[in-house]
Design a protein around this ligand. Structure first.
Ligand code: SF4
Ligand code: SF4
Length: 444
């Protein structure tokens, strides 16, 4: 093996092969900022005049270390993405620490190489003065004098937009656009189709951001909303293209078999992303990337996913996968965590993830993992049965999930006494052998 320092990971010292593929296969360190693709695709957003990379960098969940953002790793990931052509970065006031870290990273000469998107948090804004305070804070955090794409964050009901108008949002936007602190104005959306159209028709928006993927063609704005926004000339940014990972992670065997039997071999994530990019109305697809391998893979896919290129057979195959997933999923939770924190400690997205996994994969593993993860063995308990039905979470869920009702089903299915007995036995066995750590990570 070549001992040339270029072929040794500078973080974990693993000896790499002659072609390290830019990422250490042991510790996932990004080894250099070399371009892995010269061909990431761009789409022209007519209304704003920008050529935007079809892959946008979602900055909601940066990698963590000791319960804080791992700034060094985040920096390497983002610079790697920029060097490879990604020019649209999406953050928000409420993404904890994200704006500040992003500001620090971009201040090193990268700010003008990207279009920066961030969002106004509706619940925080109670007056015209609040808009200024929040916006100034965002400029400071991001170390910039302008926001290229500013969004009203997470409109669900038309009344929220009406309230903002009553306290002066229209004048705020006009002034900020006039003095070029806001370049383009848009909104992100999780309401129904009727409200979506109402909001589009109510203002001269430059762009909008919607949830769209092959499970959600008829949910929220959906395909009809996508086409409506495009018909009005708006640029369209898509979030949740893989529905919080549901369309990216391992499928149940009978679903995976549909992919395996298809003549063209692609990962579930690639099919999911290609489905969205197949729509010519879509300008940018956001991916919340915090694993180096995912960044690399997404850049590769974004280098040849052109609109209107999926064949009828490919779309039919995706439709079969969709039907099968629909049969299996119990709760349509995307894991966004907007419903959190629960005042009684329930880890709502985790409860639903384990519950869905139990139906997706079958077997006892998801049930054991649920109890290990939420049962209070090493961390404070966070299981579904702790819910006191206060209902606070439901007012914040963009998917309109009846959380209280669903948590009751989770508790009934996942907290049966015999599962608890098995967990106690397994823990006793594992800890006797010193393997408790493995058991904690049994979620799939
Ligand atoms: S309804 Fe239940 S899960 Fe939701 S916030 Fe209240 S206690 Fe927590
Ligand atoms: S329950 Fe709703 S708000 Fe909570 S994580 Fe799931 S989708 Fe997001």
């Amino acid at each position: 093996m070549d001992q040339n320092p270029d072929h040794v990971c500078h973080v974990c010292s693993e000896i790499l092969d002659q072609n390290p593929d830019h990422i250490c296969h042991v510790c996932s360190e990004i080894l250099d900022q070399t371009r892995v693709s010269d061909q990431i695709l761009y789409r022209h957003m007519e209304k704003t005049g920008d050529d935007l990379s079809i892959l946008g960098y979602g900055c909601m969940r940066f990698p963590q270390k000791n319960n804080k953002i791992d700034v060094e790793r985040t920096k390497k990931q983002i610079l790697f993405a920029i060097e490879n052509g990604i020019n649209y970065l999406d953050t928000a006031y409420i993404y904890s620490g994200s704006e500040t870290v992003l500001g620090k990273i971009l201040a090193g000469g990268y700010r003008d190489r990207v279009k920066l998107a961030t969002k106004m948090p509706i619940p925080t804004i109670l007056s015209r003065a609040d808009m200024e305070i929040v916006f100034q804070t965002q400029l400071e955090r991001l170390q910039t004098n302008r926001i290229d794409y500013y969004l009203i964050h997470n409109i669900i009901h038309f009344e929220e937009w009406e309230r903002l108008k009553q306290i002066g949002i229209l004048e705020f936007i006009r002034k900020k656009k006039e003095n070029k602190q806001i370049i383009n104005i848009g909104f992100s959306f999780h309401g129904n189709l009727q409200t979506f159209k109402q909001i589009i028709d109510d203002y001269e928006w430059d762009f909008c951001q919607i949830q769209y993927n092959y499970l959600d063609e008829n949910f929220q704005a959906g395909t009809a909303g996508l086409e409506y926004a495009a018909s009005k000339g708006l640029g369209i940014v898509v979030m949740e293209p893989l529905r919080g990972g549901t369309l990216a992670e391992g499928f149940a065997p009978e679903i995976q078999r549909i992919l395996d039997d298809f003549e063209i071999k692609r990962s579930p994530a690639e099919w999911g992303l290609r489905f969205v990019w197949n729509r010519p109305e879509v300008s940018v697809v956001l991916s919340g990337m915090n694993e180096e391998a995912h960044i690399l893979e997404n850049i590769r896919i974004a280098s040849n996913a052109r609109p209107n290129t999926l064949t009828a057979e490919e779309l039919k195959m995706i439709s079969s996968v969709k039907d099968k997933i629909r049969e299996k999923i119990k709760v349509e939770c995307t894991g966004c965590s907007y419903c959190m924190p629960c005042p009684f400690g329930v880890d709502i997205p985790q409860c639903f993830a384990y519950y869905n996994n139990a139906y997706m994969y079958g077997g006892i593993t998801p049930k054991i993992a649920y109890l290990m993860g939420t049962g209070g063995y090493e961390m404070p308990p966070s299981k579904a049965s702790l819910c006191q039905e206060c209902g606070i979470c439901e007012t914040k869920c963009p998917q309109n999930i009846p959380i209280r009702k669903e948590l009751k089903s989770v508790a009934k299915e996942m907290e049966k006494w015999h599962w608890r007995g098995i967990v106690r036995l397994l823990r006793w066995k594992m800890y006797r052998k010193g393997g408790g750590q493995n058991l904690r990570n049994m979620n799939r």
